[in-house]
Design a protein around this ligand. Structure first.
Ligand SMILES: Cc1cc2nc3c(=O)[nH]c(=O)nc-3n(C[C@H](O)[C@H](O)[C@H](O)COP(=O)(O)OP(=O)(O)OC[C@H]3O[C@@H](n4cnc5c(N)ncnc54)[C@H](O)[C@@H]3O)c2cc1C
Ligand SMILES: *[C@@H]1O[C@H](CO)[C@@H](O)[C@H](O)[C@H]1NC(C)=O
Ligand SMILES: *[C@@H]1O[C@H](CO)[C@@H](O)[C@H](O)[C@H]1NC(C)=O
Ligand SMILES: *[C@@H]1O[C@H](CO)[C@@H](O)[C@H](O)[C@H]1NC(C)=O
Ligand SMILES: *[C@@H]1O[C@H](CO)[C@@H](O)[C@H](O)[C@H]1NC(C)=O
Ligand SMILES: CC(=O)N[C@H]1CO[C@H](CO)[C@@H](O)[C@@H]1O
Length: 611
């Protein structure tokens, strides 16, 4: 049974502990203040945490370095702009968008042609949920079993976590009239979303109000290599072996992005006493004797520093790159890295900033005859009708963020080429965990019958390569030093080459003959033939799929690299938790935001239960 978003919002209103008094401000002026909970980072996890704690009547402050995403006009709100947002440029010479982005630049990637790449990270309320590409789906059942084993706690199993996925979201069914594409219908599983208005959450999950015609052909291509359309979609704990039009974090009422800011924060500002310090940078977590976190040192708009005291806990939700940075700046991390920088060691915790896992992806491209999201947005003749459709009807390309994806474990025919070492590493992953994700994409065409450059990508989902986040200095003014470690483990290179061959298999499906135009555009059938040439191409062209995680990994043994325990509490100190992508124990298969919201819901509930 399905419920309208409006019903969900009503339910949330009844959850509110206290309605905000008129006259009270959610935006305190800079200066010392005291709260029960101080959340560092008003991003994906941070705003979900803060909203839930504030809804229960706790006194809560959120510290966010950025401002509001609407300072960039409609760039973050219009779904059709998600893929053309210049913040996504993964190159050394990237455009500066300081109102939205931390402007992080990686170390040269020794396994990837020594390239330095820009790694986008949202610096705004909403964090990276304000700049991501909106795909919403969950991990697999055995991924959660694996998480439970590593965390040493059964509360991470699928059955136990499902209620938090449900609690964070409201699903709206596809609008088949607006989608208007009879060859792109599907069935899905509504039982894994809220089933009564009181169980719905603020994050809006829906399907694009437009179907990218090019993606319908990629569905055909992927079916030809064994990945037919799923009958339930990707929210029920099964990924491998099929494809699906993804659910997306789009509010269907307005056809705009649903981020942690437009969902959790907007609601909390209306209904709770939550205090928001925007444009406020946290520089250090403070400790009292006995290694108890007592507050956070911050500055607003670069003015004089002040202290936000936390009488109960500090929650660190600054993301994969900045959470380990702040821990280390505060004296929690590998002693051998802190001591040379003259940072007094509060707790020698060797795993902080280590264990970074960053899936990469790469593509094979060919000209095709169908229009696509990219061709529609690039064609000046299409702007007026598409804008009219968006403004008048919340439909058309601007309402869409694309979204056909598929998952698999490499078939036996591909595994034959893998080394014994690679096969044994892959065998450590549970049976239902996919190794590869395929993503349908597009670029504007070149004319002469080439309406679109079709782009089919493969992502290597479970990297065995490890990267790190370290410090350049003892100051928050210096960006964290980021090495993703791309393709430094030979297993990842082997899996990537096998995936590349699968891309070509999909492209060569006979059923695509009437759709393809001309020869392979990139990398080119002549230029790249041998395994060695494929790997060279991948090393020179692969980029991040933007899912770096696990730099403050959850686990049971700090000596073995664990940073937080199953309650997300940092080992060796008190009153400090890390709740964000950094605390994930390993790279999740596919896109992580659904799980990050659910994780925040879980830890918020745990705090409210006194754990
Ligand atoms: C370009 C891109 C596309 C993506 N696409 C998808 C997708 O389609 N689907 C999906 O599931 N996932 C996607 N992801 C990944 C997903 O969005 C992120 O993993 C997730 O949003 C991270 O959430 P978080 O809470 O860990 O961090 P964030 O949401 O990044 O939040 C961290 C917050 O902390 C703030 N902060 C950091 N340091 C400080 C400080 N010192 N003081 C104060 N504030 C600070 C930041 O400004 C930010 O607001 C994408 C990511 C990117 C970059
Ligand atoms: C703010 O708190 C700090 C201690 O955290 C203290 O040193 C400082 O004097 C306080 N400032 C004011 C203006 O009270
Ligand atoms: C976004 O804003 C720009 C600048 O105001 C405007 O030209 C454009 O039409 C808007 N796009 C949509 C889809 O509304
Ligand atoms: C599906 O329908 C759309 C819209 O009519 C069309 O452009 C596209 O080519 C069709 N896809 C396939 C695989 O036939
Ligand atoms: C792949 O190989 C394994 C091990 O040899 C075998 O158990 C399995 O049935 C094979 N799968 C397929 C789809 O042939
Ligand atoms: C310091 C700062 O810029 N604070 C702003 C936070 O957001 C609110 C609402 O937009 C503003 O009123 C504050 O000025």
């Amino acid at each position: 049974m399905l419920f309208s978003p409006a019903a969900g919002v009503l339910a949330l209103l009844t959850l509110a502990g206290a309605v905000r008094c008129s006259g009270s401000s959610a935006f305190p002026s800079p200066g010392n203040a005291s709260y029960e909970y101080v959340v560092i980072g008003g991003g994906t996890a941070g705003l979900a945490m803060a909203a839930r704690l504030a809804a229960a009547g706790k006194s809560v402050a959120v510290v966010e370095a950025g401002g509001w995403p609407t300072e960039m006009g409609n760039l973050t709100t219009v779904p059709g702009y998600a893929f053309s947002n210049p913040v996504l440029a993964p190159v050394e010479a990237f455009p500066s968008i300081p109102l939205l982005d931390w402007e992080l630049l990686s170390q040269p990637q020794t396994g990837a042609s020594n390239r330095r790449v820009h790694y986008a990270a949202g610096k705004t309320l909403g964090g990276t949920s304000a700049v991501n590409t909106l795909a919403y789906h969950r991990a697999t059942k055995q991924t959660h079993q694996r998480w439970a084993s590593i965390a040493g706690h059964a509360s991470y199993t699928w059955d136990k976590m499902l209620k938090f996925f449900v609690k964070s979201t409201t699903l709206t069914p596809p609008d088949w009239t607006k989608r208007a594409s009879p060859n792109a219908t599907f069935t899905y599983d509504s039982t894994v979303f809220c089933s009564s208005s009181s169980s719905c959450g603020p994050l809006q999950v829906s399907y694009s109000n437009w179907v990218d015609p090019t993606s319908t052909w990629f569905a055909v291509a992927l079916k030809a290599i064994g990945l037919g359309l799923s009958s339930v979609g990707f929210n029920s704990g099964v990924l491998s072996g099929s494809g699906a039009y993804t659910t997306e974090t789009i509010d269907p009422a307005s056809a705009t992005r649903s981020s942690s800011q437009t969902s959790y924060l907007a609601w909390a500002l209306q209904n709770t006493q939550l205090k928001v310090y925007n444009r406020t940078l946290a520089s250090k977590i403070l400790f009292t004797s006995g290694n108890k976190a007592s507050g956070v040192r911050v500055t607003t708009d670069g003015a004089a520093a002040y202290t936000l005291t936390a009488t109960k806990e500090v929650i660190l939700s600054a993301g994969t790159f900045h959470s380990p940075q702040l821990l280390m700046l505060s004296g929690i991390g590998p002693q051998k890295l802190l001591t040379p920088l003259n940072i007094p060691v509060v707790k020698d915790l060797p795993g902080v900033g280590q264990n970074l896992q960053d899936p990469i992806f790469f593509s094979v491209q060919n000209g095709v005859t169908t229009p696509s999201l990219a061709s529609e947005l690039a064609d000046p003749n299409r702007v007026a009708p598409n804008l009219a459709s968006y403004v008048n009807n919340r439909a058309g390309p601007y309402s869409s963020a694309g979204g056909y994806i598929a998952f698999e474990k490499l078939p036996n025919s591909s595994r034959a080429a893998l080394s014994a070492r690679t096969l044994s590493l892959l065998a450590t992953l549970p049976d239902d965990v996919p190794e590869i994700e395929y993503l349908a994409g597009s670029f504007a065409g070149t004319g002469n019958g080439v309406t679109t450059i079709g782009d089919l990508s493969a992502a290597v989902l479970n990297p065995f390569s490890r990267g790190s986040v370290t410090l350049a200095s003892a100051s928050i003014a210096d960006a964290p030093v980021i090495d993703m470690g791309w393709l430094t483990d030979p297993a990842d290179a082997e899996v990537a080459v096998a995936a590349f061959k699968r891309l070509r298999q999909a492209w060569s499906a006979p059923a695509l003959a009437s759709w393809k135009v001309g020869p392979e555009v990139s990398p080119g059938a002549e230029a790249v033939q041998t395994d060695e040439q494929m790997l060279d191409y991948i090393r020179s062209n692969a980029i991040q799929i933007w899912h770096a995680s696990a730099t403050c990994a959850m686990g049971t043994d700090p000596a073995a690299g664990a940073v937080v325990d199953w309650r997300a509490k940092v080992f060796g100190v008190d009153r400090l938790r890390v709740v964000d992508a950094s605390a994930l124990p390993f790279a999740l298969p596919g896109h992580p935001q659904a799980t990050i919201y659910a994780f925040a819901e879980k830890i918020a509930a745990s705090i409210l239960e006194g754990n």
